[in-house]
Write a protein that binds this ligand. Structure first.
Ligand SMILES: Nc1ncnc2c1ncn2[C@@H]1O[C@H](COP(=O)(O)OP(=O)(O)OP(=O)(O)O)[C@@H](O)[C@H]1O
Length: 411
């Protein structure tokens, strides 16, 4: 990447621009280490020789599909190539056997349909336009031919498109390894339907992404010796626990809370939820809705996906009881108790919410209250129970909510 020395008057170069990141231009003068450049956006800029990069004047206007073909593999060259291709709706570009995807922020169904999958099936890598199906296909072939495990690493900043890419990779592998004509739920269907379930509980609206995964995941798909899917496992890591109790504008808490509040009336009644604005864990921000997302429909779809994944009705009810309990837990408040540094439930409302939490979690009301208002210190001589002041009780309420939610997610 170092700046080459062959920059002379008349050379075409790239230099940094505060608005456009990089702008191209022609060198009009060189004085020591300073270069004067007439840029294509009409400015005359003096820059240091070390900060400018040569421009490939012979690069095709439509860009190249593999960046190893670029004359100069420096940052402006790479970005310019990606931008040229993006302008032509070509969101995928190779750098050798690495695929770079630029988020199109619009649905491009023709890129991912069965016809496209058929085309990439068995095609030699590099023969067709860059595509994630080509990566998935070469992985699948390598696994069959070399009898070894393969892995695909998907990385990028928040909102870059990792989740969408992973789902498409899974769809392609399910297409390749699916069994046609099997009765009932197939493994590949279950593999694909695990996504909406995980997203309901682990995704939230953030500043950068309306459907941001707040956890890491490792998806393992197992194949038998005939190349058919035989099993799958999804391991999740490091859920962002703090979001359960603390959300700032214009973000939202995890999707499942809003879904449950928009559930059909009988479920809203059964789980004792209601308007999201009435819950402290949801009303810290003024964002309740996400553009183009219907929480009521998502609730039904999540339920359906849970059915397909194999979560029984009783288990599903237990899951949503826990979700509802967390919302009520957040509405419990404390005031000073009779003793110094102790606390008690603040008012009738808090008493009521505690009752509902106990009912939903099927636990003893008094024990639950004690666990929030007291701390047990374990000493070699036995356990000591110490009352908590109202602030500490609030912290212990939030800690319980976070722990219960992350245990639910891990389950
Ligand atoms: N290939 C694609 N086609 C169409 N839209 C896409 C594609 N990739 C990403 N998007 C859009 O960009 C949004 C963000 O993408 P995605 O959720 O996959 O990002 P991410 O990298 O997983 O982010 P995070 O790290 O926050 O979870 C998606 O909700 C979708 O609207």
């Amino acid at each position: 990447q170092g700046t080459p020395v062959n920059i002379i008057v008349g050379s075409q170069v790239w230099l940094e621009d505060p608005d456009e990141a990089w702008v191209d231009g022609e060198v009009t003068g060189i004085k020591g280490a300073d270069v004067t450049v007439a840029t294509t956006n009409g400015k005359t800029v003096v820059a240091s020789l070390a900060s400018i990069y040569p421009k490939d004047t012979e690069a095709p206007p439509a860009g190249v599909d593999d960046m190893t073909k670029l004359a100069y593999l420096h940052e402006p060259g790479v970005l310019h190539n990606l931008a040229c291709r993006y302008g032509l709706n070509e969101i995928y570009t190779y750098t050798g056997n690495i695929l770079i995807a630029v988020n199109p922020f619009q649905r491009l169904p023709h890129l991912y349909d069965v016809h496209m999958m058929e085309q990439y099936k068995g095609a030699t890598f590099g023969e067709l336009s860059p595509h994630l199906f080509a990566i998935a296909d070469s992985c699948y072939r390598a696994m069959i031919n070399e009898h070894g495990s393969q892995s695909i690493l998907v990385s990028g900043e928040s909102g870059a498109g990792k989740t969408e890419t992973t789902k498409m990779l899974m769809r392609y592998l399910a297409f390749m390894g699916g069994r046609s004509g099997t009765e009932g739920r197939t493994v590949e269907q279950q593999v694909l339907e695990s996504n909406p379930v995980l997203e309901a509980f682990g995704n939230a609206k953030t500043v950068k992404n309306n459907n941001s995964s707040r956890f890491g995941k490792f998806v393992e798909i197992q194949f038998d010796k005939y190349g058919k899917i035989s099993g799958a496992a999804v391991r999740t890591y490091l859920l962002e626990r703090s979001r359960v109790c603390q959300v700032s504008d214009p973000e939202r808490n995890y999707h499942c809370f809003y879904m449950l509040c928009s559930a059909p009336p009988e479920d809203v009644k059964r789980f004792k939820v209601g308007n999201p604005r009435s819950f402290h864990y949801l009303n810290q921000t003024s964002c309740y809705e996400v553009a183009n997302v219907d929480d009521a429909r998502e609730y039904l779809e999540t339920r359906n996906a849970m059915d397909i994944v194999g979560i029984s009705q009783e288990e599903q009810d237990a899951i949503f009881r826990v979700v509802a309990a967390i919302l009520h837990l957040g509405n419990i408040n404390f005031s000073k108790g009779k003793e110094i540094d102790s606390s008690r439930l603040r008012d009738e409302k808090s008493i009521n919410h505690l009752k509902i939490v106990a009912e939903l979690l099927m636990c003893d009301e008094k024990l639950l209250e004690d666990s929030l208002c007291q701390r047990v210190i374990v000493t070699p001589d036995g356990n000591i129970t110490k009352p908590l002041d109202p602030d500490s009780a609030l912290q212990s309420r939030d800690a319980l909510a976070k722990t219960v939610y992350s245990r639910l997610f891990d389950w």
